[in-house]
Design a protein around this ligand. Structure first.
Ligand SMILES: C[S@@+](CC[C@H](N)C(=O)[O-])C[C@H]1O[C@@H](n2cnc3c(N)ncnc32)[C@H](O)[C@@H]1O
Length: 273
């Protein structure tokens, strides 16, 4: 049974699917990208973000990898291609994305190594110690709650297993109530919609520690993710006309407003003790 919040998130991503393609083409990722050089396409940047996270968890051929919030499965396919882990399981709460993802995995020739299935990050259907590595690209701010997910992540990882993820959090010293202007950001495409997750890197590290993680690293990468994405989004929107052009301009303004209000985009890496 999904919580109301998780059902809202799944509805949001189902709606987003309908708009897929009008700005950046039907590329199979759904993240802000990691923009490292001029002229990158959205798909190149999105894959670079996936590979950054996979490298951060030291993904290698003997690993059993879990991808939490796998979306359309493109991250799992990139990880399989680049690092050849033993197996990959992806879970997500948006069935439509999983359906597309399973087709994509088959088309790309990885159906024997990648399985995508319905699953909630906070109540995972896996035994203790089932995975060596866990990645989650740009999802954990949605989880209800992120702290519950971190406990589950520690449970399903084997001792010494590594978690790597990217996430949106308020910067230190930012009042979350100022940051969370409007509690129902899910419907707007803005991501930090779950008040229970509105805390800074110090509290985040405390939650990781309480869940049983050590060697915790939380690093801001907003200058290569959220900010260049907003610029690319604005440029892509300039090609549109009519109502959709207005919507994109409004979204750009809202995203810049969140950054100005103290939003951060972080890479989080930790090891299960
Ligand atoms: C921004 S997309 C990222 C997708 C993918 N990681 C990528 O990089 O393309 C966020 C994803 O998180 C999924 N998600 C949100 N809450 C979830 C939960 N509680 N458990 C599993 N997946 C969840 C959404 O359905 C959505 O596919």
């Amino acid at each position: 049974m999904q919580t109301t919040h998780t059902q809202d998130v799944a509805r949001h991503y189902t709606r987003r699917h309908e708009q897929r393609g009008d700005l950046f083409g039907k590329q199979p990722f759904a993240n802000y990208g990691y923009w490292t050089r001029p002229g990158m396409t959205m798909e190149e940047a999105a894959e670079a973000l996936t590979l950054l996270v996979a490298s951060a968890c030291e993904l290698s051929p003997q690993d059993r990898l879990l991808d939490v919030g796998c979306g359309y499965g493109a991250g799992a396919v990139s990880c399989a291609r680049q690092f050849q882990p033993q197996s990959i399981v992806g879970i997500d709460v948006t069935e439509l994305r999983l359906e597309y993802g399973r087709n994509y995995v088959r088309e790309q020739g990885f159906a024997d190594r990648i399985e995508l299935r319905m699953g909630d990050a906070t109540r995972m259907d896996f035994g203790d110690g089932s995975f060596d590595k866990l990645v989650s690209v740009e999802c954990a701010f949605h989880f209800d709650t992120r702290a519950d997910f971190l406990r589950e992540a520690a449970r399903v990882l084997c001792p010494g297993g590594i978690l790597a993820l990217t996430d949106l959090i308020p910067k230190r010293g930012i009042d979350p109530s100022a940051y969370l202007r409007g509690a129902t950001a899910v419907g707007t495409g803005v991501c930090l919609d779950n008040r229970a997750n509105a805390y800074d890197a110090d509290t985040y590290a405390a939650h990781l520690g309480a869940a049983g993680f050590t060697d915790i690293r939380i690093e801001s990468i907003i200058d290569r993710t959220r900010i260049p994405f907003i610029d690319a989004f604005e440029r892509a929107g300039e090609r549109l006309q009519g109502q959709r052009a207005v919507e994109v301009r409004n979204s750009v303004a809202r995203l810049r407003g969140l950054v100005a209000a103290g939003e951060d985009y972080v890479l989080v890496v930790a090891r299960k003790a």
